[in-house]
Write a new protein. Structure first.
Length: 431
C-alpha cells in the first residue's frame, strides 16, 4: 500500500514521460517554371522574379518553393523527377510543349502552359492554360465596342499574315453574332501609300469654299491587328482623308505602350486595346519592383494560384479542373482567370489606353464622349462648309474680296509619321 501511495506522489509517473511531438511544418508546394535557356532574358527575369516575390510573401501555412527549369540538358528528366506536390508553369513555346507531351510529362504532373492555345483536345485533359487567348482579346474588344459604346459598324485594317487573319476572322464571327458587319481592308504596300489605300473607303469630299475634307466613312471604328508601331501610319492614312472620328482598337501586340508611357496621352483619346496587367492594380511590392510587367505579374499570380491547389501527384483531369476552378477564386493581380467545368481557361481582360506613366484602364464614358466630340467637330466642319457655300460673295464682311480657301483638316498624326517596320509580337510584353 505504501508503494501504491508513493506512486501517486507528484512527478512520480511523469519522470519517464516524453514531450509531445511538435507539429510538423507544412510541406512547401514546388512551383516549377519551365523557361527557355539563353533566350528571352527579360521575359524570364520578370517571370521568375515575380514568382519568387510571391513565394516570399506566402504565409507560413502554405509555403512555396520556386524551381526554375531551363530547357537544356536533361530538363525533361528534371520535370519527371519533381516531387508529388509540384505544379508546373510553362512552357511558353509550342515546340517545348510538344517535347513535354511526347516525354509523358503531362501524364505524370499537373501542367499549366503559358500559351495562348495548346494542341486541340489537350486543354482540360492533358494540360491547362494560365494565359490569355485570342478569344479573350476579341471578347474584350467586342464587349467595349458593341455592348458599352454601342458601335454598330466596324472595319479592320491589317496585314495578311496568320496572326492578323486569325484575329480578324474571330472578330468577324463575334461581331456577326451581334448583327454587326465587319469591313475588311488589307494593309498592302508601304505605310506611305496607305492614305491612297483607305481613300475609297473614307470617300472624302472637298468643300470648294474652304478646302475642308468631309469624310463619308461607312464605319465608326477600325480594328488594327498589327504592331503598335504601325498606329501612327494608320492614323495618318485616315487623317489625311479627313477622318479623325474612328475609335481604333488594337490587340495585346500593343503591349509596348504598357510600360513606356507617352507624353501625349490626350492624343490617344480614341485608342484602346486589351491588356492582362495594369500596374495601378498591383500590390506595392510588385508595382515598385523591376518585375512590374505582364510576365512579372504572371509569375506572381501563378505562385499564389498553384499554392491554393494542394496538388498531390497527378489527379484525374476532371479533378484537376475542379481544383483549378476553386483556386481561381482568388484576387488576381492580372485580369482574373476562370475555368469552366471542362478545364478550359478564360481571362476577362482589361481594356486600356496609353497613358503618361503607362497603360491606364479605359473609361468607357470618357471614350464615348471623346468620340462624340470628334463627330461633332466633323459636323461643324460640314456645316461651316455648307454655310459658306450659301453665302453670297458680295455680302457681309469682306464684301467684294475673293476669299482664299482655308485648309481645314483634322489634327495631325498622334505619333511621328516616319514609317516603321512591323514588330509582330507573339508574346505580350516581350518587346
Amino acid at each position: 500500500m505504501a508503494l501504491l501511495a508513493g506512486c501517486a506522489l507528484p512527478g512520480f509517473l511523469q519522470q519517464g514521460k516524453k514531450e509531445p511531438p511538435k507539429p510538423r511544418e507544412p510541406k512547401a508546394t514546388t512551383v516549377a517554371l519551365v523557361v527557355p535557356a539563353g533566350q528571352m532574358a527579360s521575359v524570364v527575369n520578370s517571370l521568375t522574379g515575380g514568382a519568387r516575390l510571391a513565394a516570399q510573401e506566402q504565409p507560413a501555412s502554405s509555403p512555396v518553393k520556386v524551381q526554375v527549369v531551363r530547357m537544356q540538358g536533361n530538363w525533361l528528366q528534371t520535370l519527371a523527377a519533381l516531387p508529388d506536390n509540384a505544379v508546373i508553369g510553362g512552357p511558353v513555346t509550342e515546340a517545348a510543349y510538344r517535347q513535354m507531351k511526347q516525354a509523358g510529362i503531362m501524364d505524370k504532373k499537373v501542367v499549366f502552359a503559358f500559351m495562348a492555345q495548346i494542341d486541340a483536345g489537350d486543354e482540360g485533359t492533358k494540360a491547362w492554360r494560365f494565359f490569355p487567348s485570342m478569344d479573350d482579346q476579341i471578347d474584350a474588344i467586342v464587349e467595349l465596342a458593341v455592348d458599352r459604346l454601342d458601335l454598330r459598324t466596324m472595319a479592320s485594317f491589317g496585314p495578311s499574315d496568320n496572326y492578323a487573319n486569325k484575329a480578324t476572322s474571330l472578330l468577324e464571327q463575334k461581331l456577326a453574332s451581334k448583327n454587326v458587319i465587319l469591313q475588311r481592308i488589307q494593309a498592302t504596300g508601304s505605310p506611305d501609300t496607305w492614305g491612297a489605300l483607305v481613300k475609297p473607303y473614307v470617300n472624302p469630299t472637298t468643300d470648294e469654299a474652304t478646302g475642308a475634307l468631309i469624310p463619308q466613312t461607312p464605319f465608326e471604328a477600325v480594328f488594327l491587328p498589327d504592331s503598335w508601331r504601325r498606329l501612327s501610319s494608320v492614323h495618318t492614312a485616315f487623317a489625311s482623308n479627313g477622318e479623325d472620328r474612328l475609335v481604333m482598337f488594337g490587340t495585346m501586340l500593343w503591349g509596348g505602350f504598357n510600360n513606356r508611357g507617352t507624353q501625349n496621352a490626350s492624343q490617344y483619346a480614341l485608342v484602346t486595346y486589351p491588356a492582362a496587367y495594369v500596374s495601378s492594380r498591383a500590390p506595392a511590392s510588385l508595382a515598385k519592383s523591376s518585375y512590374s510587367t505582364f510576365w512579372g505579374a504572371l509569375g506572381y499570380d501563378f505562385v499564389r494560384f498553384a499554392s491554393r491547389m494542394n496538388i498531390k501527384g497527378r489527379p484525374g483531369s476532371s479533378e484537376v479542373s475542379a481544383m483549378a476552378r476553386q483556386a481561381a477564386l482568388m484576387n488576381f493581380v492580372l485580369a482574373p482567370i476562370s475555368y469552366d467545368s471542362r478545364g478550359r481557361a478564360k481571362q476577362n481582360l482589361f481594356m486600356v489606353q496609353p497613358g503618361v506613366a503607362g497603360s491606364t484602364l479605359v473609361d468607357a464614358t470618357a471614350l464615348g464622349n471623346a468620340r462624340k466630340a470628334a463627330v461633332l467637330r466633323a459636323e461643324e466642319r460640314r456645316a461651316h462648309a455648307a454655310e459658306l457655300e450659301t453665302t453670297p460673295l458680295g455680302s457681309g464682311e469682306g464684301a467684294g474680296t475673293i476669299q482664299q480657301p482655308v485648309q481645314t483638316r483634322p489634327t495631325g498624326p498622334i505619333m511621328r509619321t516616319t514609317p516603321h517596320s512591323s514588330h509582330k509580337l507573339s508574346l505580350p510584353g516581350a518587346r
